[in-house]
Design a protein around this ligand. Structure first.
Ligand SMILES: Cc1cc2nc3c(=O)[nH]c(=O)nc-3n(C[C@H](O)[C@H](O)[C@H](O)COP(=O)(O)O)c2cc1C
Length: 216
Protein backbone atom coordinates (compact mmCIF):
# COMPACT_ATOMS: atom_id res chain seq x y z
CA UNK A 1 0.00 0.00 0.00
CA UNK A 2 1.42 3.37 -1.03
CA UNK A 3 0.76 6.77 0.51
CA UNK A 4 0.02 9.67 -1.79
CA UNK A 5 0.05 13.27 -0.58
CA UNK A 6 -2.35 15.42 -2.57
CA UNK A 7 -1.22 18.99 -2.01
CA UNK A 8 -3.44 21.82 -3.22
CA UNK A 9 -2.16 25.40 -3.08
CA UNK A 10 -5.36 27.21 -3.99
CA UNK A 11 -7.74 29.43 -1.99
CA UNK A 12 -10.68 27.68 -3.66
CA UNK A 13 -11.53 24.02 -3.16
CA UNK A 14 -12.86 23.03 -6.57
CA UNK A 15 -13.91 24.08 -10.08
CA UNK A 16 -10.83 26.01 -11.12
CA UNK A 17 -8.61 24.81 -13.96
CA UNK A 18 -5.87 23.40 -11.76
CA UNK A 19 -8.24 21.96 -9.14
CA UNK A 20 -10.50 20.34 -11.76
CA UNK A 21 -7.52 18.54 -13.29
CA UNK A 22 -6.20 17.61 -9.84
CA UNK A 23 -9.61 16.25 -8.78
CA UNK A 24 -9.81 14.10 -11.91
CA UNK A 25 -6.33 12.75 -11.25
CA UNK A 26 -7.28 11.78 -7.70
CA UNK A 27 -10.59 10.20 -8.74
CA UNK A 28 -8.85 8.00 -11.31
CA UNK A 29 -5.95 7.24 -8.97
CA UNK A 30 -8.38 6.06 -6.28
CA UNK A 31 -10.20 3.83 -8.77
CA UNK A 32 -6.94 2.24 -9.91
CA UNK A 33 -5.34 2.03 -6.45
CA UNK A 34 -8.23 1.44 -4.01
CA UNK A 35 -5.92 0.30 -1.22
CA UNK A 36 -3.56 3.26 -1.31
CA UNK A 37 -3.86 6.01 1.24
CA UNK A 38 -4.54 9.46 -0.23
CA UNK A 39 -3.96 12.35 2.17
CA UNK A 40 -5.19 15.78 1.08
CA UNK A 41 -3.19 18.75 2.28
CA UNK A 42 -5.20 21.89 1.54
CA UNK A 43 -2.46 24.41 2.21
CA UNK A 44 -4.85 27.36 2.58
CA UNK A 45 -6.85 25.55 5.25
CA UNK A 46 -4.33 23.57 7.25
CA UNK A 47 -2.16 24.66 10.14
CA UNK A 48 1.05 25.56 8.28
CA UNK A 49 3.57 27.53 10.33
CA UNK A 50 6.01 29.85 8.61
CA UNK A 51 9.68 29.99 9.38
CA UNK A 52 9.67 32.80 11.92
CA UNK A 53 11.91 34.06 14.71
CA UNK A 54 10.75 31.28 17.06
CA UNK A 55 11.58 28.55 14.61
CA UNK A 56 14.90 30.07 13.54
CA UNK A 57 15.98 30.23 17.18
CA UNK A 58 14.79 26.68 17.67
CA UNK A 59 16.92 25.56 14.72
CA UNK A 60 19.99 27.05 16.40
CA UNK A 61 20.27 29.99 14.05
CA UNK A 62 21.46 33.35 15.41
CA UNK A 63 21.13 34.74 18.01
CA UNK A 64 21.37 31.26 19.62
CA UNK A 65 19.44 28.04 19.92
CA UNK A 66 16.90 27.62 22.68
CA UNK A 67 16.20 24.17 24.08
CA UNK A 68 12.69 22.89 23.59
CA UNK A 69 11.75 23.34 27.27
CA UNK A 70 12.68 27.02 27.16
CA UNK A 71 10.29 27.74 24.31
CA UNK A 72 6.92 29.40 24.90
CA UNK A 73 3.86 27.16 24.57
CA UNK A 74 3.10 28.80 21.24
CA UNK A 75 6.61 28.14 19.94
CA UNK A 76 6.48 24.54 21.15
CA UNK A 77 3.22 23.98 19.30
CA UNK A 78 4.75 25.46 16.14
CA UNK A 79 7.83 23.25 16.39
CA UNK A 80 5.69 20.14 16.94
CA UNK A 81 3.47 21.01 13.97
CA UNK A 82 6.49 21.58 11.71
CA UNK A 83 7.79 18.18 12.73
CA UNK A 84 4.44 16.54 11.91
CA UNK A 85 4.44 18.14 8.45
CA UNK A 86 8.02 16.99 7.86
CA UNK A 87 7.37 13.41 9.04
CA UNK A 88 4.28 13.18 6.83
CA UNK A 89 6.24 14.39 3.80
CA UNK A 90 9.08 11.94 4.45
CA UNK A 91 6.69 9.01 4.86
CA UNK A 92 4.87 9.68 1.56
CA UNK A 93 5.69 7.58 -1.50
CA UNK A 94 4.04 9.83 -4.08
CA UNK A 95 3.17 13.49 -4.15
CA UNK A 96 0.79 15.47 -6.34
CA UNK A 97 1.05 19.25 -6.19
CA UNK A 98 -1.67 21.47 -7.67
CA UNK A 99 -1.40 25.23 -8.09
CA UNK A 100 -2.31 28.25 -10.21
CA UNK A 101 0.43 30.59 -11.41
CA UNK A 102 0.19 34.01 -9.84
CA UNK A 103 2.57 36.70 -10.94
CA UNK A 104 5.03 34.23 -12.40
CA UNK A 105 5.04 31.84 -9.46
CA UNK A 106 2.93 29.48 -7.39
CA UNK A 107 1.00 30.90 -4.39
CA UNK A 108 3.09 31.69 -1.31
CA UNK A 109 1.59 28.90 0.82
CA UNK A 110 3.43 26.39 -1.35
CA UNK A 111 6.76 28.05 -0.57
CA UNK A 112 5.80 27.96 3.11
CA UNK A 113 5.13 24.23 2.79
CA UNK A 114 8.47 23.66 1.07
CA UNK A 115 10.19 25.63 3.83
CA UNK A 116 8.64 23.19 6.32
CA UNK A 117 9.98 20.10 4.56
CA UNK A 118 13.47 21.30 3.59
CA UNK A 119 15.14 20.30 6.81
CA UNK A 120 18.89 19.67 7.19
CA UNK A 121 19.70 16.22 8.50
CA UNK A 122 16.27 15.01 7.39
CA UNK A 123 15.32 15.66 3.76
CA UNK A 124 18.85 16.70 2.84
CA UNK A 125 22.16 16.06 4.45
CA UNK A 126 25.93 16.56 4.12
CA UNK A 127 27.47 15.12 0.96
CA UNK A 128 30.81 14.42 2.68
CA UNK A 129 32.66 15.67 -0.37
CA UNK A 130 34.46 18.43 1.49
CA UNK A 131 32.46 21.15 -0.16
CA UNK A 132 30.44 23.85 1.54
CA UNK A 133 27.16 25.46 0.54
CA UNK A 134 24.81 23.77 -1.87
CA UNK A 135 27.59 21.62 -3.36
CA UNK A 136 28.20 19.98 0.00
CA UNK A 137 24.62 18.84 0.43
CA UNK A 138 22.63 15.94 -0.95
CA UNK A 139 18.97 14.97 -0.87
CA UNK A 140 17.62 11.92 0.93
CA UNK A 141 14.22 11.53 -0.75
CA UNK A 142 15.22 9.51 -3.84
CA UNK A 143 12.36 7.02 -3.69
CA UNK A 144 9.58 9.55 -4.14
CA UNK A 145 7.81 10.57 -7.31
CA UNK A 146 6.00 13.82 -7.88
CA UNK A 147 3.35 15.03 -10.30
CA UNK A 148 2.92 18.78 -10.62
CA UNK A 149 -0.39 20.08 -12.01
CA UNK A 150 -0.25 23.76 -12.85
CA UNK A 151 -2.70 26.23 -14.40
CA UNK A 152 -1.63 29.49 -16.00
CA UNK A 153 -3.43 32.01 -18.17
CA UNK A 154 -0.52 32.08 -20.60
CA UNK A 155 1.36 29.18 -22.18
CA UNK A 156 4.56 28.97 -20.14
CA UNK A 157 5.86 25.42 -20.64
CA UNK A 158 7.11 26.17 -24.13
CA UNK A 159 7.20 28.95 -26.71
CA UNK A 160 7.59 32.68 -26.31
CA UNK A 161 7.20 32.85 -22.52
CA UNK A 162 9.09 29.69 -21.59
CA UNK A 163 11.88 31.76 -20.08
CA UNK A 164 9.54 33.21 -17.46
CA UNK A 165 8.22 29.82 -16.39
CA UNK A 166 9.69 29.99 -12.88
CA UNK A 167 7.04 28.05 -11.04
CA UNK A 168 7.46 24.49 -12.31
CA UNK A 169 11.19 24.98 -12.82
CA UNK A 170 11.62 26.14 -9.25
CA UNK A 171 9.64 23.21 -7.94
CA UNK A 172 11.51 20.71 -10.14
CA UNK A 173 14.93 22.05 -9.09
CA UNK A 174 13.99 22.32 -5.43
CA UNK A 175 12.71 18.73 -5.40
CA UNK A 176 15.83 17.58 -7.22
CA UNK A 177 17.82 19.10 -4.37
CA UNK A 178 15.91 16.73 -2.06
CA UNK A 179 16.94 13.83 -4.31
CA UNK A 180 13.64 13.54 -6.18
CA UNK A 181 14.35 13.17 -9.90
CA UNK A 182 10.96 11.80 -10.96
CA UNK A 183 9.00 15.05 -11.28
CA UNK A 184 6.32 15.06 -13.99
CA UNK A 185 4.09 17.96 -15.02
CA UNK A 186 0.64 18.55 -16.44
CA UNK A 187 0.01 22.12 -17.58
CA UNK A 188 -3.44 23.64 -18.01
CA UNK A 189 -2.14 26.70 -19.73
CA UNK A 190 -3.10 29.40 -22.16
CA UNK A 191 -6.72 29.69 -21.03
CA UNK A 192 -6.60 33.51 -20.77
CA UNK A 193 -4.43 33.90 -23.84
CA UNK A 194 -6.76 31.78 -25.98
CA UNK A 195 -10.16 31.93 -24.27
CA UNK A 196 -11.88 30.38 -27.26
CA UNK A 197 -9.75 27.26 -26.71
CA UNK A 198 -10.08 27.15 -22.93
CA UNK A 199 -12.53 24.23 -22.89
CA UNK A 200 -10.26 22.14 -25.12
CA UNK A 201 -7.17 23.05 -23.07
CA UNK A 202 -8.93 21.93 -19.91
CA UNK A 203 -10.19 18.71 -21.50
CA UNK A 204 -6.69 17.88 -22.83
CA UNK A 205 -5.23 18.34 -19.36
CA UNK A 206 -7.99 16.19 -17.83
CA UNK A 207 -7.19 13.40 -20.30
CA UNK A 208 -3.50 13.70 -19.41
CA UNK A 209 -4.42 13.46 -15.73
CA UNK A 210 -6.46 10.29 -16.30
CA UNK A 211 -3.59 8.70 -18.22
CA UNK A 212 -1.04 9.79 -15.60
CA UNK A 213 -3.16 8.48 -12.72
CA UNK A 214 -3.29 5.00 -14.27
CA UNK A 215 0.47 4.64 -14.11
CA UNK A 216 1.54 6.82 -11.19
C1 LIG B 1 -3.33 37.24 -9.00
C2 LIG B 1 -3.17 36.53 -10.31
C3 LIG B 1 -1.96 36.55 -10.95
C4 LIG B 1 -1.78 35.87 -12.16
N1 LIG B 1 -0.55 35.86 -12.74
C5 LIG B 1 -0.35 35.13 -13.86
C6 LIG B 1 0.95 35.00 -14.43
O1 LIG B 1 1.94 35.54 -13.94
N2 LIG B 1 1.09 34.27 -15.56
C7 LIG B 1 0.04 33.64 -16.14
O2 LIG B 1 0.24 32.98 -17.15
N3 LIG B 1 -1.21 33.72 -15.62
C8 LIG B 1 -1.43 34.42 -14.48
N4 LIG B 1 -2.67 34.49 -13.93
C9 LIG B 1 -3.78 33.72 -14.54
C10 LIG B 1 -3.95 32.38 -13.84
O3 LIG B 1 -2.73 31.67 -13.81
C11 LIG B 1 -4.99 31.56 -14.55
O4 LIG B 1 -6.24 32.20 -14.40
C12 LIG B 1 -5.09 30.13 -14.04
O5 LIG B 1 -6.10 29.44 -14.73
C13 LIG B 1 -5.37 30.09 -12.54
O6 LIG B 1 -5.50 28.75 -12.10
P1 LIG B 1 -6.90 28.22 -11.57
O7 LIG B 1 -7.86 28.25 -12.76
O8 LIG B 1 -6.64 26.86 -11.07
O9 LIG B 1 -7.34 29.19 -10.49
C14 LIG B 1 -2.88 35.19 -12.74
C15 LIG B 1 -4.11 35.18 -12.09
C16 LIG B 1 -4.26 35.84 -10.89
C17 LIG B 1 -5.59 35.80 -10.19
Amino acid sequence: MATLLYITAHPFQHDTYSLSVGAQFIQTYREVNPNDEVIHLDLYRMDLPQIDADLLRRWGQPPSGASFDELSDESKAKAVRMREILDQFMAADKIVIVNPVWNYLFPPVLKTYLDAVFVPGKTFTRADNGRRGLGGLKGTQQDKKVLHIQASGTVLSHGEFQEVEYSHRYLRDALKFLGIDDVRAIYVEGTSEMPEQAARIKEDAIQQAIAAAKQF
